[in-house]
Write a protein that binds this ligand. Structure first.
Ligand code: URA
Length: 309
């Protein structure tokens, strides 16, 4: 069966390092096309490193967001100060459908730190940053080099939420710096978004888990109030959860990521779209195809609510 792609879709596939039909190698089948495992393996595109990890969009690219007719994000009047420096990343990411144990954790009130939580929920942006930088609520505060508060423009309309800082982020105190961050930037670029203007990026955990291990339930429980306060202050118009930890933590569910994708969730009345983590996509390039679908959905949802008032 032949697939018909618009120019924008072809460019987006290329930007994510995927092959385009008719421009060998052959694309993997579309989501709903049944395919046998051997056939899928045979169809797997060989993506040159230079393309898969390229930082630049092709010259003159017409982006997905432009294709959707979306204008630049309007600056928001948000009670947050200057953009908080940081940028791009990398860390080992396990994306499989494993279920976290969030539901078994004690509630914040049971965890014996109501005063800290009360301070967090009453803080402004600057005080919140100070609290994050000084936090010792869990043992990651002892092993980190730097807490990583976030990156991008706090006045942007889009919020992307990752999992936790990796080694490079920990070293530099910046979010998403490294190959995963480069891919994230490419994804943003394809949506005609930039960190500098449209997007703020935060993580569920502000400190790096040693050896990039998965976040533990109590760590998520301690750290999540920071992200929740960030969201309350940022008031983004859409949230994109990168990976299962971000999705499950924000939605307070243990549903596998495969089931969370493809629908519009709500976080405090803010639309939330779930997609795979960039680090996972680097290790599983065939899944970029699904991420592309997720980002298209996010653009559609954003676009639908951004019509002139
Ligand atoms: N992975 C994340 O989820 N966040 C970062 O900031 C870096 C790597």
């Amino acid at each position: 069966m032949s697939e018909i792609f618009t120019i924008e879709q072809r460019q987006f596939l290329k930007l994510l390092g995927l092959a385009v039909p008719g421009e060998s190698p052959v694309l993997p089948p579309l989501k709903n096309q049944a395919v046998s495992a051997p056939a899928q393996a045979a169809a797997e595109p060989k993506i040159p490193e230079s393309i898969a990890n390229s930082l630049e969009a092709p010259e003159g690219i017409s982006t997905l967001r432009a294709a959707a007719g979306i204008l630049s994000a309007r600056p928001k009047a948000v009670g947050v100060p200057q953009p908080v420096t940081p940028e791009p990343q990398q860390k080992i990411q396990t994306e499989p459908e494993a279920v976290s144990s969030l539901s078994e954790l004690p509630t914040p009130a049971e965890s014996g730190e109501p005063q800290r939580l009360q301070q967090v929920s009453a803080s402004d942006w600057r005080d919140l940053q100070i609290m994050v930088n000084n936090c010792r609520a869990c043992s990651l505060g002892e092993t980190r080099q730097h807490a990583v508060f976030g990156a991008g423009n706090p006045r942007g309309s889009w919020l992307f939420v990752g999992e936790a800082p990796g080694a490079e982020e920990d070293r530099r105190g910046e979010a998403f710096v490294g190959r995963g961050g480069q891919l994230l930037d490419n994804m943003l670029k394809a949506m005609d978004l930039t960190r500098q203007q449209d997007v703020y990026i935060a993580n569920v955990l502000k400190c790096r888990p040693p050896n990039n291990r998965d976040p533990l339930g109590p760590e998520v429980q301690s750290c999540l109030p920071f992200l929740q306060r960030q969201i309350a202050l940022l008031q983004p118009r859409i949230i994109v959860a990168l990976g299962r930890f971000a999705a499950q933590s924000l939605l307070q569910v243990t549903t596998p990521i495969g089931q969370l994708r493809g629908q519009t969730h709500q976080y405090q009345n803010i639309p939330l779209i779930v997609t795979y983590h960039p680090a996972y996509l680097l290790r599983s390039p065939l899944e970029k195809r699904k991420a592309w679908e997720d980002l298209q959905l996010a653009v559609q949802v954003y676009s639908a609510q951004s019509l002139p008032e």
